[in-house]
Design a protein around this ligand. Structure first.
Ligand SMILES: [Zn+2]
Length: 240
């Protein structure tokens, strides 16, 4: 086979396009033929595929992070003492940076670079929110689910001033409200969120002091407000 004047670098460039599915028929044929006889390029394609897979995972994490946003910033003093409560937006930003940097590297990559894959993995593994959510689910205190409407099922698990909400059977097109309510009917924390395409949410939230009800509301055509509106599809309370 005839190689272009710039030699093997030509095929290294094609490897990126090959993984991204951007090669036309004739170039694709040339590159596949080259792959059969070049172990370097086979390894390179494998590594690029792994990076693409990690990027897709990072994007999914990012979507999950963005699924919940605070409606307001009402904070109790006790919350402000805990610096970790600001973790959600920080992790979200970090994840976005990971995706943007990762995409730039993937598209622009023209040199064989083993360290790239490792760096990306490290960035993802520092996603503390996901790790903490898993820990809380494993070792936290489950609250009692006292209401499930419209096919929604869910759990609330509490630990150290936080809770993990999991819910299924949600409408992916609906924007839901999530409210933490005290015995005095105060609402020290409220959020809006959307479920994944599978109708699922699994998310870590701050649990302000004295909260004893967690509600999910479906406000219908309205946007969720600072107070519950529409249909309450889920409610959990501390287990007596
Ligand atoms: Zn090659």
């Amino acid at each position: 086979m005839m190689e272009p004047a710039d030699g093997h670098r030509y095929f290294e460039g094609l490897a990126v396009a090959h993984v991204l599915g951007g090669l036309d028929d004739s170039k694709g044929q040339v590159f596949r033929a080259h792959l059969l006889e070049c172990g370097d390029c086979r390894a390179r394609v494998g590594e690029l595929r792994a990076i693409a897979h990690d990027l897709a995972e990072a994007e999914r994490d990012e979507r999950r992070m963005r699924a919940a946003q605070a409606i307001d910033t009402k904070r109790r003093e006790s919350e402000d003492e805990d610096p970790d409560l600001d973790d959600v937006p920080e992790a979200s930003r970090a994840s976005r940076v990971t995706v943007v940097v990762g995409l730039a590297l993937l598209v622009g990559l023209s040199l064989w670079n083993f360290t790239l894959h490792g760096a990306l993995k490290t960035a993802q593994h520092t996603n503390r929110n996901l790790v903490q959510a898993a820990v809380i689910q494993d070792s936290g205190t489950p609250w009692s689910t006292v209401r499930e409407e419209g096919g929604v099922t869910g759990t609330v698990t509490v630990k150290d001033g936080r809770f993990v909400l999991t819910a299924d059977g949600l409408d992916p097109a609906q924007v839901y409200g999530l409210y933490a309510i005290t015995a005095d009917s105060e609402i020290p924390a409220s959020y809006i969120f959307q479920a994944t395409d599978e109708g699922r949410v699994e998310q870590l939230f701050a649990l302000p002091a004295r909260v004893e009800r967690i509600l999910i509301t479906d406000p219908g055509d309205q946007r969720p407000g600072t107070e519950p509106s529409g249909l309450t599809v889920f409610e959990a309370r501390p287990t007596p």
